[in-house]
Design a binder for this molecule. Sequence first.
Ligand SMILES: [Zn+2]
Length: 561
Amino acid sequence: MRKMIASLGALLLIAAAQPSSPTGQVNTARMSEITRVLASDEFQGRSPGTPGEDKTIPYLVDQFKAAGLEPAGENGGWTQTVPMIRTKLEAPSFSVRQGGQTTNWSFPGDVYFTTVRDTDAAKIAAAPIVFVGYGVHAPERNWDDFKGVDLKGKVALFLVNDPDFEAAAGEPAAGKFGGKAMTFYGRWVYKYDEAARRGAIAALIVHETDAAGYGWNVVKSGGGENYNIVLSPGALQPVLLQGWIQLPAAEALLKRAGYDFATLKRQARSPNFRPIDLHATFSADSKVELAHLTSRNVLGKISGSTLPNETVSYGGHWDAYGIGPPDAQGRTIRPGASDDALGLAAMLEVARLFKAQAAPPQRTVLFAAWTGEERGLLGSEYYAQHPLYPMETMAANLTFDTLQWAGPVRDAVLVGKGQSEMERYMEEAARAQGRYVTPENHPERGLFYRADHFSFAKRGVPVLLDMALAGAYDMAEGGREAGNRWLDAFTTNCYHQACDAWAPTWDLRGAAQEAELFYAIGARLANSREWPQWSAGSEFRQVRDKSASMRGNAPAKGERG
Ligand SMILES: [Zn+2]
């Protein structure tokens, strides 16, 4: 009993120490408590398909219920089943043959590969290697590196990033792909998909640290392991092997084929570039340790009153990095407190703000806690391939992924500047809060393509991502300098590590500002007939335009035809 009183006292102290949000609408003590539970040791770092998931799902369902949501999962329930595979290459060997000479490529020294195919072996016998430059097919930019060259059964060798990353002023590629900012065409995921669409057996990207945005240590950190969702029969199969080649190994390969890397790169910055057959063949032999696992997305909603078939969606991911090797302090659980338990706590506050309104929203508002984000946006991707509410009539997706706990801020950080009208919605809502909008610090790192909102963007749904890692905030106390200090410390010590843990000292007033900002944007959309548009130059405009007729002004339920 005494113990209970003592801990109750501690809890009250915590609640008292938590200042409320600037407007008093968001309960920061509740956000803190939800984060504390999700990030506790019992939840084991919330890795999909583990006992940590079995704790997480019922807890989230309870939280969705407590926020007043209705179930929006499969068969009237709260979840969507997400079948996944986990693969790991075992004792792989790789070689390349050119002009009668065989060169072995060491793993993960010269090359790093994984597979996301549902297979127990990865064998490739003498597949021709074709250099495809940046490997970009962008009709909206009049750019096609492939020129119809057949890649069936071949290995596509790509440059990293997009054609204007290194283009000087006056070169034909300059400014065509957002300058230094990365477009989708620069991302490895685009390149692997493009290779798969063209029937290639493998895809290999030349690693350069600046253009990739990270070093070889990051490339190889997965240890040959990878994850995917189980694909439907008839779905496009991924390439059998996907990966990276270190720059010196690539330079040597090209040199033996009679080419100079720097010269080829210059040629690849021209729309006249054509793929080059390197007269080299690639062979691979690896066993694949294959496991099937089942995970779940959690989905809730508030049904729209007059436009129930049109939706506005919110999301965050429930998974974190699970249990890993001990860090310097012997900690093994990576609890993912800021990333993204706190994002889910903010989303639940948004749900409560909607429920607190006198009238329900006109459009349906969806709330999702995704699985497998850290394994490659798997839960949101599975949803996007098996949507329970159509993408065509989803007005927008707003995603929380990693919020900060250092206190109130004066600005809001925009990820993906120039992409869509959503940034105008964000500017207006931020201004109403007395905040201004700052573009992300490092657009060349392509954050816009690296969180769950992106699974929606790819299907044409306009999006916003709220991510504290995107830039240093202008903190109410200490300004940009204090924002930089928090961001540097978090990125260096805590991101995806044991250090990303909950603490009673957190000041969640800034996180509450984010919840209020996204609530304001979503509420505006949910009570209107507005359909935000992609910008003319966006990679995602075309796919949205194709379904324009589904977003007409058909009479809504309750209205006269
Ligand atoms: Zn995250």
